[in-house]
Design a protein around this ligand. Structure first.
Ligand SMILES: CN1C(=O)c2ccccc2Sc2cc(NC(=O)[C@@H]3CCCO3)ccc21
Length: 138
């Protein structure tokens, strides 16, 4: 088995969407990611898995699309997301990568489950795409 090369890092700046998500949703999600990054259990997920520091040369043989909180934040900042669902998919990818490589019952996976439940609480309060019409008297 030969160590697989590092996959291309994201975002792909040559392939940004023409209609990114509205600013109010972007702002909300940026605050959510920042809040999650401050959690104690978020520490190992703040930056991409470092295969040299962790001495895991075969990581990319198993994990084809690495994902982490700094990459999600970067993609938000460059408007790489058309819809919040795509950010949610990236967060879930980060969780699944952890489960796959370390096992669902590992210590690191209980940490990723904790930050996932915090993320889900933020997503419950995500503002809708269309802001309520300011003129309407409901
Ligand atoms: C998510 N994840 C992992 O999925 C992972 C992958 C392989 C082996 C262990 C782990 S637990 C883990 C630990 C760190 N640890 C660190 O970042 C620091 C720096 C290197 C050693 O501790 C970072 C990511 C990570």
């Amino acid at each position: 088995m030969i160590p697989a090369p590092k996959p291309p890092s994201e975002p792909d700046m040559n392939n940004l969407p023409t209609n990114p998500m509205p600013l109010h949703q972007k702002k909300y999600l940026l605050n959510s990611i920042k809040a999650i990054r401050r959690l104690k259990d978020a520490q190992p997920f703040i930056n991409p898995v470092d295969i040299v520091k962790l001495n895991i040369p075969f990581y990319y043989n198993y994990i084809k699309r690495p994902m982490d909180l700094s990459t999600i934040e970067k993609k938000l900042n460059v408007n790489a997301y058309e819809d919040p669902i795509q950010l949610i998919e990236d967060f879930n990818l980060m969780v699944e990568n952890c489960f796959k490589f370390n096992g669902k019952d590992s210590a690191i996976s209980s940490m990723v489950k904790n930050i996932l439940s915090s993320f889900e609480k933020h997503i419950n309060n995500l503002p809708p795409k269309e802001l309520p019409d300011k003129k309407s008297t409901s």
